[in-house]
Design a protein around this ligand. Structure first.
Ligand code: GLY
Length: 372
Protein backbone atom coordinates (compact mmCIF):
# COMPACT_ATOMS: atom_id res chain seq x y z
CA UNK A 1 0.00 0.00 0.00
CA UNK A 2 1.45 3.40 -0.89
CA UNK A 3 2.59 5.22 2.22
CA UNK A 4 0.45 8.30 1.66
CA UNK A 5 -2.77 6.25 1.61
CA UNK A 6 -4.36 5.11 4.86
CA UNK A 7 -6.42 1.91 4.83
CA UNK A 8 -9.71 3.74 4.24
CA UNK A 9 -8.31 5.83 1.38
CA UNK A 10 -6.84 2.66 -0.11
CA UNK A 11 -10.18 0.83 0.03
CA UNK A 12 -12.00 3.83 -1.44
CA UNK A 13 -9.50 4.08 -4.27
CA UNK A 14 -9.90 0.35 -4.92
CA UNK A 15 -13.68 0.59 -5.00
CA UNK A 16 -13.54 3.42 -7.51
CA UNK A 17 -11.00 1.57 -9.62
CA UNK A 18 -13.22 -1.54 -9.48
CA UNK A 19 -16.20 0.43 -10.68
CA UNK A 20 -14.11 1.87 -13.50
CA UNK A 21 -13.14 -1.59 -14.69
CA UNK A 22 -16.80 -2.40 -15.28
CA UNK A 23 -17.27 0.68 -17.41
CA UNK A 24 -16.92 0.64 -21.23
CA UNK A 25 -13.54 1.80 -22.49
CA UNK A 26 -15.13 4.68 -24.38
CA UNK A 27 -16.37 6.08 -21.09
CA UNK A 28 -12.95 5.84 -19.51
CA UNK A 29 -11.29 8.59 -21.51
CA UNK A 30 -9.25 11.27 -19.86
CA UNK A 31 -11.42 13.64 -17.86
CA UNK A 32 -12.45 16.49 -20.10
CA UNK A 33 -13.72 18.78 -17.35
CA UNK A 34 -10.81 19.28 -14.99
CA UNK A 35 -10.82 21.19 -11.76
CA UNK A 36 -9.43 24.62 -12.35
CA UNK A 37 -7.84 26.63 -9.58
CA UNK A 38 -10.21 29.50 -10.34
CA UNK A 39 -13.62 27.86 -10.37
CA UNK A 40 -16.82 29.85 -10.17
CA UNK A 41 -18.24 29.18 -6.70
CA UNK A 42 -21.84 28.02 -6.71
CA UNK A 43 -24.24 25.96 -4.62
CA UNK A 44 -27.20 24.19 -6.21
CA UNK A 45 -30.01 22.13 -4.71
CA UNK A 46 -33.46 20.76 -5.33
CA UNK A 47 -36.11 23.50 -5.16
CA UNK A 48 -36.70 23.03 -1.41
CA UNK A 49 -33.14 24.30 -1.00
CA UNK A 50 -34.55 27.78 -1.49
CA UNK A 51 -37.81 27.33 0.45
CA UNK A 52 -37.19 26.53 4.13
CA UNK A 53 -35.57 29.33 6.15
CA UNK A 54 -33.56 29.42 9.36
CA UNK A 55 -34.09 31.94 12.18
CA UNK A 56 -32.04 34.49 10.20
CA UNK A 57 -34.28 34.06 7.15
CA UNK A 58 -31.63 32.26 5.11
CA UNK A 59 -32.34 29.32 2.80
CA UNK A 60 -30.19 26.21 2.40
CA UNK A 61 -28.36 27.37 -0.74
CA UNK A 62 -27.91 30.88 0.64
CA UNK A 63 -26.37 29.78 3.95
CA UNK A 64 -24.23 27.11 2.28
CA UNK A 65 -22.93 29.60 -0.33
CA UNK A 66 -22.14 32.27 2.27
CA UNK A 67 -20.28 29.82 4.48
CA UNK A 68 -18.45 28.26 1.53
CA UNK A 69 -17.17 31.56 0.12
CA UNK A 70 -16.31 32.57 3.70
CA UNK A 71 -13.83 29.70 3.84
CA UNK A 72 -15.82 26.95 5.58
CA UNK A 73 -15.13 23.43 4.28
CA UNK A 74 -17.50 22.87 1.32
CA UNK A 75 -19.17 19.78 2.79
CA UNK A 76 -19.61 21.44 6.20
CA UNK A 77 -21.21 24.43 4.45
CA UNK A 78 -23.60 22.22 2.41
CA UNK A 79 -24.62 20.19 5.46
CA UNK A 80 -25.32 23.39 7.43
CA UNK A 81 -27.60 24.29 4.52
CA UNK A 82 -29.55 21.03 4.36
CA UNK A 83 -29.88 21.06 8.18
CA UNK A 84 -32.28 24.01 7.68
CA UNK A 85 -34.55 21.80 5.57
CA UNK A 86 -34.15 18.73 7.81
CA UNK A 87 -35.20 20.76 10.86
CA UNK A 88 -38.12 22.50 9.13
CA UNK A 89 -41.34 20.78 10.32
CA UNK A 90 -43.15 22.15 7.25
CA UNK A 91 -40.96 20.19 4.81
CA UNK A 92 -42.60 16.78 4.93
CA UNK A 93 -39.98 15.15 2.69
CA UNK A 94 -36.81 15.54 4.73
CA UNK A 95 -35.72 15.03 8.35
CA UNK A 96 -38.02 16.05 11.22
CA UNK A 97 -41.65 15.87 10.13
CA UNK A 98 -40.83 13.76 7.05
CA UNK A 99 -43.74 11.57 5.97
CA UNK A 100 -43.45 8.28 7.89
CA UNK A 101 -43.39 4.66 6.70
CA UNK A 102 -46.41 2.33 6.57
CA UNK A 103 -46.17 1.78 10.34
CA UNK A 104 -46.18 5.53 11.04
CA UNK A 105 -42.47 5.64 11.89
CA UNK A 106 -40.18 8.28 10.32
CA UNK A 107 -37.10 6.54 8.87
CA UNK A 108 -34.44 8.78 7.34
CA UNK A 109 -31.69 8.25 4.74
CA UNK A 110 -28.70 10.40 3.86
CA UNK A 111 -25.25 10.29 2.33
CA UNK A 112 -22.47 12.77 1.70
CA UNK A 113 -19.26 12.85 -0.32
CA UNK A 114 -16.15 14.94 0.13
CA UNK A 115 -14.56 15.38 -3.29
CA UNK A 116 -11.04 16.53 -2.33
CA UNK A 117 -10.67 13.99 0.48
CA UNK A 118 -12.32 11.16 -1.49
CA UNK A 119 -14.32 10.11 1.52
CA UNK A 120 -17.99 9.26 1.87
CA UNK A 121 -20.54 8.30 4.51
CA UNK A 122 -24.19 7.40 4.68
CA UNK A 123 -27.04 6.20 6.87
CA UNK A 124 -30.29 4.48 5.94
CA UNK A 125 -33.52 3.69 7.77
CA UNK A 126 -32.29 5.79 10.69
CA UNK A 127 -34.92 6.55 13.34
CA UNK A 128 -34.91 9.25 16.01
CA UNK A 129 -32.32 11.76 14.69
CA UNK A 130 -33.66 14.92 13.02
CA UNK A 131 -30.53 15.56 10.98
CA UNK A 132 -29.39 12.32 9.29
CA UNK A 133 -26.91 14.29 7.16
CA UNK A 134 -24.88 14.98 10.31
CA UNK A 135 -24.83 11.26 11.12
CA UNK A 136 -23.78 10.51 7.52
CA UNK A 137 -20.99 13.04 8.01
CA UNK A 138 -20.00 11.27 11.26
CA UNK A 139 -19.83 7.94 9.37
CA UNK A 140 -17.49 9.63 6.87
CA UNK A 141 -15.28 11.07 9.62
CA UNK A 142 -15.20 8.28 12.18
CA UNK A 143 -15.47 4.93 10.45
CA UNK A 144 -13.94 2.75 7.77
CA UNK A 145 -17.42 2.27 6.29
CA UNK A 146 -19.68 4.02 3.81
CA UNK A 147 -23.14 3.03 5.01
CA UNK A 148 -24.73 2.20 8.39
CA UNK A 149 -28.39 1.19 8.55
CA UNK A 150 -31.30 0.82 10.95
CA UNK A 151 -30.65 0.06 14.60
CA UNK A 152 -26.89 0.01 13.99
CA UNK A 153 -26.98 3.51 12.54
CA UNK A 154 -29.02 4.72 15.51
CA UNK A 155 -26.65 3.07 18.02
CA UNK A 156 -23.71 4.72 16.23
CA UNK A 157 -25.45 8.10 16.47
CA UNK A 158 -26.22 7.55 20.16
CA UNK A 159 -22.59 6.68 20.85
CA UNK A 160 -21.48 9.89 19.17
CA UNK A 161 -23.78 11.97 21.34
CA UNK A 162 -26.63 12.65 18.92
CA UNK A 163 -30.02 13.16 20.57
CA UNK A 164 -32.28 10.18 19.85
CA UNK A 165 -35.96 11.10 19.92
CA UNK A 166 -38.76 8.54 20.29
CA UNK A 167 -40.78 9.99 17.38
CA UNK A 168 -39.92 12.41 14.56
CA UNK A 169 -43.53 12.86 13.43
CA UNK A 170 -45.11 16.28 13.54
CA UNK A 171 -48.85 16.82 13.92
CA UNK A 172 -48.99 17.27 10.12
CA UNK A 173 -47.06 14.12 9.17
CA UNK A 174 -49.07 12.02 11.66
CA UNK A 175 -52.37 13.44 10.43
CA UNK A 176 -51.45 12.63 6.81
CA UNK A 177 -50.40 9.10 7.80
CA UNK A 178 -53.73 8.61 9.59
CA UNK A 179 -55.55 9.85 6.49
CA UNK A 180 -53.61 7.35 4.36
CA UNK A 181 -54.58 4.54 6.75
CA UNK A 182 -58.19 5.64 6.69
CA UNK A 183 -58.26 5.68 2.89
CA UNK A 184 -56.74 2.22 2.78
CA UNK A 185 -59.80 0.97 4.70
CA UNK A 186 -58.15 -1.44 7.10
CA UNK A 187 -61.58 -2.95 7.81
CA UNK A 188 -61.41 -4.61 4.37
CA UNK A 189 -57.79 -5.76 4.30
CA UNK A 190 -56.74 -6.83 0.79
CA UNK A 191 -54.32 -9.60 -0.11
CA UNK A 192 -50.65 -8.45 0.00
CA UNK A 193 -50.28 -7.99 -3.79
CA UNK A 194 -53.45 -5.96 -4.16
CA UNK A 195 -52.59 -4.07 -1.00
CA UNK A 196 -49.26 -2.84 -2.44
CA UNK A 197 -50.95 -1.58 -5.60
CA UNK A 198 -53.78 -0.08 -3.55
CA UNK A 199 -51.31 1.65 -1.21
CA UNK A 200 -49.58 3.30 -4.18
CA UNK A 201 -52.88 4.27 -5.79
CA UNK A 202 -54.15 5.85 -2.57
CA UNK A 203 -50.84 7.68 -2.00
CA UNK A 204 -50.87 9.18 -5.49
CA UNK A 205 -54.57 10.03 -5.09
CA UNK A 206 -53.59 12.11 -2.05
CA UNK A 207 -50.97 13.87 -4.21
CA UNK A 208 -53.59 14.64 -6.88
CA UNK A 209 -56.01 15.85 -4.19
CA UNK A 210 -53.38 18.38 -3.13
CA UNK A 211 -52.91 16.87 0.37
CA UNK A 212 -49.24 16.10 -0.32
CA UNK A 213 -46.98 18.07 -2.64
CA UNK A 214 -45.85 15.85 -5.53
CA UNK A 215 -42.22 16.58 -4.63
CA UNK A 216 -42.81 15.43 -1.06
CA UNK A 217 -44.16 11.96 -1.96
CA UNK A 218 -40.65 10.74 -2.70
CA UNK A 219 -39.17 13.69 -0.82
CA UNK A 220 -35.49 14.53 -0.54
CA UNK A 221 -33.06 17.41 -0.79
CA UNK A 222 -29.82 17.13 -2.72
CA UNK A 223 -27.30 19.97 -2.40
CA UNK A 224 -23.94 20.28 -4.19
CA UNK A 225 -21.29 22.98 -4.15
CA UNK A 226 -17.96 24.05 -5.55
CA UNK A 227 -15.72 26.71 -4.03
CA UNK A 228 -13.24 29.05 -5.71
CA UNK A 229 -10.48 26.48 -5.21
CA UNK A 230 -12.44 23.91 -7.22
CA UNK A 231 -13.29 21.76 -4.20
CA UNK A 232 -16.58 19.91 -4.84
CA UNK A 233 -18.83 18.22 -2.28
CA UNK A 234 -22.41 17.01 -2.09
CA UNK A 235 -25.06 15.82 0.36
CA UNK A 236 -28.46 14.17 -0.07
CA UNK A 237 -30.97 13.67 2.74
CA UNK A 238 -34.55 12.40 2.83
CA UNK A 239 -37.36 10.78 4.73
CA UNK A 240 -37.80 8.61 1.64
CA UNK A 241 -40.99 7.39 0.00
CA UNK A 242 -44.12 8.27 1.93
CA UNK A 243 -45.78 5.23 3.58
CA UNK A 244 -42.92 2.92 2.50
CA UNK A 245 -42.61 -0.64 3.76
CA UNK A 246 -40.56 -0.33 6.97
CA UNK A 247 -36.91 -0.84 6.12
CA UNK A 248 -37.29 0.28 2.49
CA UNK A 249 -34.25 2.29 1.42
CA UNK A 250 -34.30 4.36 -1.75
CA UNK A 251 -31.55 5.99 -3.75
CA UNK A 252 -30.68 8.86 -1.39
CA UNK A 253 -28.07 7.20 0.87
CA UNK A 254 -26.56 5.06 -1.88
CA UNK A 255 -23.30 6.37 -3.36
CA UNK A 256 -23.62 6.57 -7.14
CA UNK A 257 -27.41 6.77 -6.96
CA UNK A 258 -28.61 9.58 -4.67
CA UNK A 259 -25.24 11.32 -4.97
CA UNK A 260 -21.88 11.05 -6.66
CA UNK A 261 -18.91 13.39 -6.51
CA UNK A 262 -15.60 13.27 -8.37
CA UNK A 263 -13.53 16.30 -7.46
CA UNK A 264 -11.91 16.44 -10.91
CA UNK A 265 -15.20 16.22 -12.77
CA UNK A 266 -18.29 17.36 -10.86
CA UNK A 267 -21.22 16.30 -8.71
CA UNK A 268 -24.69 14.90 -9.34
CA UNK A 269 -27.58 14.13 -7.00
CA UNK A 270 -31.24 13.25 -7.24
CA UNK A 271 -34.76 13.56 -5.93
CA UNK A 272 -37.79 11.54 -6.98
CA UNK A 273 -38.54 7.83 -7.43
CA UNK A 274 -35.52 6.18 -5.88
CA UNK A 275 -36.12 2.72 -7.34
CA UNK A 276 -35.80 4.12 -10.88
CA UNK A 277 -32.50 5.77 -10.04
CA UNK A 278 -31.08 2.79 -8.13
CA UNK A 279 -31.54 0.56 -11.16
CA UNK A 280 -29.16 2.71 -13.23
CA UNK A 281 -26.95 4.33 -10.54
CA UNK A 282 -27.65 7.55 -12.39
CA UNK A 283 -25.58 10.00 -10.36
CA UNK A 284 -22.49 7.93 -11.13
CA UNK A 285 -23.60 7.71 -14.76
CA UNK A 286 -24.02 11.49 -14.96
CA UNK A 287 -20.54 12.16 -13.57
CA UNK A 288 -19.11 9.69 -16.09
CA UNK A 289 -20.98 11.54 -18.87
CA UNK A 290 -19.47 14.82 -17.62
CA UNK A 291 -16.08 13.12 -17.81
CA UNK A 292 -16.77 12.50 -21.49
CA UNK A 293 -17.31 16.19 -22.04
CA UNK A 294 -21.09 16.41 -21.87
CA UNK A 295 -22.68 19.51 -20.33
CA UNK A 296 -24.48 19.08 -16.98
CA UNK A 297 -27.80 19.37 -18.83
CA UNK A 298 -27.00 16.76 -21.48
CA UNK A 299 -25.48 14.36 -18.93
CA UNK A 300 -28.64 14.46 -16.82
CA UNK A 301 -30.88 14.11 -19.90
CA UNK A 302 -28.93 10.94 -20.74
CA UNK A 303 -29.73 9.58 -17.26
CA UNK A 304 -33.44 10.37 -17.76
CA UNK A 305 -33.32 8.59 -21.15
CA UNK A 306 -31.84 5.49 -19.50
CA UNK A 307 -34.56 5.54 -16.85
CA UNK A 308 -37.24 5.88 -19.49
CA UNK A 309 -35.77 2.91 -21.39
CA UNK A 310 -35.53 0.76 -18.26
CA UNK A 311 -39.15 1.46 -17.29
CA UNK A 312 -41.13 -1.30 -18.96
CA UNK A 313 -43.53 -2.55 -16.28
CA UNK A 314 -47.13 -1.57 -17.02
CA UNK A 315 -47.78 -0.40 -13.44
CA UNK A 316 -45.03 2.22 -13.92
CA UNK A 317 -46.32 3.54 -17.27
CA UNK A 318 -48.99 6.12 -18.08
CA UNK A 319 -51.46 5.97 -20.95
CA UNK A 320 -48.75 7.21 -23.37
CA UNK A 321 -46.45 4.36 -22.32
CA UNK A 322 -44.12 6.78 -20.51
CA UNK A 323 -42.92 6.69 -16.86
CA UNK A 324 -45.75 7.66 -14.50
CA UNK A 325 -43.38 9.07 -11.87
CA UNK A 326 -41.10 12.05 -11.45
CA UNK A 327 -37.34 12.08 -10.99
CA UNK A 328 -34.88 14.98 -10.99
CA UNK A 329 -31.13 15.39 -11.13
CA UNK A 330 -29.01 18.35 -10.00
CA UNK A 331 -25.62 18.54 -11.64
CA UNK A 332 -22.58 20.79 -11.50
CA UNK A 333 -19.24 20.40 -13.20
CA UNK A 334 -15.74 21.44 -12.21
CA UNK A 335 -16.17 24.82 -13.95
CA UNK A 336 -19.19 25.62 -11.77
CA UNK A 337 -21.66 25.14 -14.67
CA UNK A 338 -24.88 23.53 -13.49
CA UNK A 339 -28.31 22.21 -14.46
CA UNK A 340 -31.48 20.79 -13.01
CA UNK A 341 -33.13 18.15 -15.19
CA UNK A 342 -36.27 16.09 -14.76
CA UNK A 343 -38.45 13.65 -16.61
CA UNK A 344 -41.36 16.14 -16.95
CA UNK A 345 -41.60 19.96 -17.14
CA UNK A 346 -42.66 22.29 -14.37
CA UNK A 347 -39.93 21.87 -11.77
CA UNK A 348 -37.21 24.25 -10.70
CA UNK A 349 -33.98 23.98 -8.74
CA UNK A 350 -32.25 26.23 -6.25
CA UNK A 351 -29.05 28.11 -7.07
CA UNK A 352 -26.88 30.51 -5.09
CA UNK A 353 -23.81 32.24 -6.54
CA UNK A 354 -22.57 35.83 -6.66
CA UNK A 355 -26.04 36.83 -7.94
CA UNK A 356 -27.73 35.54 -4.77
CA UNK A 357 -30.25 32.77 -4.07
CA UNK A 358 -32.95 32.01 -6.64
CA UNK A 359 -34.86 29.28 -8.45
CA UNK A 360 -34.00 28.35 -12.03
CA UNK A 361 -36.15 26.16 -14.31
CA UNK A 362 -35.30 22.49 -14.74
CA UNK A 363 -34.97 21.08 -18.25
CA UNK A 364 -37.36 18.20 -19.04
CA UNK A 365 -36.84 15.10 -21.16
CA UNK A 366 -40.53 14.59 -21.92
CA UNK A 367 -43.64 16.71 -22.41
CA UNK A 368 -46.87 16.63 -20.41
CA UNK A 369 -47.21 15.18 -16.92
CA UNK A 370 -46.53 11.77 -15.37
CA UNK A 371 -50.28 11.13 -15.24
CA UNK A 372 -51.35 11.77 -18.84
N1 GLY B 1 -35.46 9.74 -3.75
C1 GLY B 1 -35.90 9.43 -2.47
C2 GLY B 1 -36.37 8.06 -2.31
O1 GLY B 1 -36.80 7.41 -3.28
O2 GLY B 1 -36.33 7.56 -1.20
Amino acid sequence: MPEHLDRRDFLAAGAIAGASLAFPATVLGAPSVRRSCAARPVVIASANGNASRNADGKSCVQLAYERMVGGTDVLDALIAGVNIVELDPADSSVGYGGLPNADGVVQLDSCCMHGPRKRAGGVAALEGVRTPSLVARAVLENTDHHLLVGAGAQQFARQLGFTIEPDLNTAQSRALWLEWKRRLDPGHWLDPKQRTAEAQRVGLEMVRAGLIQRDHYYGTINCDGINAGGEICGVTTTSGLAWKIPGRVGDSPILGAGLYVDNDIGAAGSTGRGEANLYGLCSFLIVECLRQGMSPRDAALEACRRIRKATIEKRLLNARGLPNFGIHFYVLNARGEHAGVGMYPGASYAVCDERGPRLEPCTALLEGTPED
